[in-house]
Design a protein around this ligand. Structure first.
Ligand SMILES: CC(=O)N[C@H]1[C@@H](OP(=O)(O)OP(=O)(O)OC[C@H]2O[C@@H](n3ccc(=O)[nH]c3=O)[C@H](O)[C@@H]2O)O[C@H](CO)[C@@H](O)[C@@H]1O
Length: 366
């Protein structure tokens, strides 16, 4: 073999497919790991669905391929044949993509996009790694973990539901900005108590309504509020105050949570891992319709550590929310103690640990 031939072979790009779709909770951990894989010289492509959040977050960084897949129902019903047909098409398309691109493997963060990704990689004998960030794994994770070559978990609790020989608890990767001190580009005075309200990547209309009702009493104390309302709240602009900043979505979550004295939040796994690393105490209101109530189980770890209080949405009254927060504003040392406990749950090297798991699977592959 001539020198030029051997150079051509070693310079073949190592391709890798990331299948993550739908919500910030699925996309941001995958984007964090993508940066490490890129630094390892992998050429990345993304598998998603059209009209979901990935179409806004991914194409500026990686080529996005989409497949026509939607939620898989557990109960057999009239829609089942259509859903299975769509799954079959998505598996076939993903398989063609993987074969043509000579990919080294697949990573997914769960949800329904995980099904075609795992099944296609399995059918081709490629390494396939899943990350599950919730305390109770989603349906697809539970169904397909046994045919994955590696399973990374955000929380220890999830091990109960998954094949023990494959699971490794790595924590949930966060965006790199969370790992260094970040400036906040909002005009909040340094001495003011800052309350951040976050309802996950899509916002939480019910929480928004409660918060707006309590906001005047909190603002009266001199506190500031940054309220991330999501894009679906028709009343998002109904409350105005110079110290109340309302936005549908904000990118600099690292700066915001590092500065916040308290977060009022849903209990999505992504946000919880960020609250931990940013050392932010929280009042958690789990999304009541989350599959198998998984947000309440996510929140339980925070409550157990003393980093948060959890309230059920249907039981939490406006008065109770108002008074709980007012009491914390008046006793900042309680929030400071909770902040320390929040950091005790942080896994700062989660991205590296999960990337390592993926690289090991690739190396072990024939
Ligand atoms: C309604 C629902 O079922 N949500 C699920 C969804 O996450 P969902 O995206 O709803 O919630 P997560 O808390 O996991 O993630 C939200 C992400 O969006 C970011 N963000 C949010 C608002 C904003 O203005 N800017 C911003 O960057 C947060 O910092 C975080 O990184 O997947 C998670 C991971 O499987 C689950 O735990 C959640 O239960």
């Amino acid at each position: 073999m001539s020198n030029s031939e051997s150079v051509a072979i070693t310079e073949q790009p190592q391709r890798f497919l990331i299948a993550a779709s739908g919500t910030g909770g699925h996309l941001f951990p995958a984007l964090a790991v993508a940066e490490v894989l890129e630094a390892e010289q992998f050429q990345l492509e993304w598998l998603g669905v059209s009209n979901r959040l990935e179409t806004q977050l991914v194409p500026k960084k990686y080529p996005l391929r989409t497949v026509p897949i939607e939620g898989l129902q557990t109960r057999i019903g009239p829609k089942t044949p259509i859903l299975l047909g769509k799954l079959a098409v998505a598996v076939w398309q993903t398989r063609q993509l993987l074969k043509r691109g000579q990919f080294k493997g697949v990573l997914t963060t769960g949800g329904y996009i995980a099904a075609p990704a795992i099944l296609a990689a399995w059918s081709l004998g490629l390494p396939r790694v899943i990350h599950e960030s919730n305390a109770i794994p989603g349906k697809v994770t539970r169904w397909l973990s046994s045919i994955c070559t590696g399973v990374g978990l955000g929380l220890e609790d999830a091990t109960t539901y998954l094949p023990k020989d494959k699971t490794v608890v790595v924590g949930t990767p966060v965006r790199p900005a969370f790992l260094t001190p970040c400036e906040l580009d909002l005009p909040i005075p340094p001495e003011a108590t800052l309350i951040v309200v976050a309802g996950g990547s899509q916002g939480a209309v019910s929480v928004n309504k409660l918060v707006r009702a309590c906001a005047p009493a909190w603002l009266e104390t001199g506190a500031w509020i940054v309220h991330l309302t999501g894009a679906q709240d028709p009343d998002a602009q109904s409350f105005q105050h110079p110290h109340y900043l309302s936005m549908p979505f904000y990118d600099n979550m690292a700066g915001l949570l590092q500065r916040a004295n308290l977060a009022i939040s849903r209990a999505g796994a992504g946000t919880l891992s960020e609250l931990a690393i940013a050392s932010t105490p929280a009042l958690l209101i789990p999304y009541p319709y989350a599959a198998e109530d998984h947000q309440a189980f996510n929140a339980a770890a925070f409550v157990k550590a003393g980093a948060a209080e959890m309230y059920r949405q249907d039981e939490l009254t406006e008065e109770q929310l108002k008074q709980t927060v007012l009491q914390w504003i008046q006793e900042p040392q309680v929030l400071e103690e909770m902040a320390v406990k929040a950091y005790s749950l942080a896994v700062p090297n989660s991205t590296e640990r999960f990337a390592q798991l993926i690289l090991e699977q690739i190396e072990a592959s024939p």
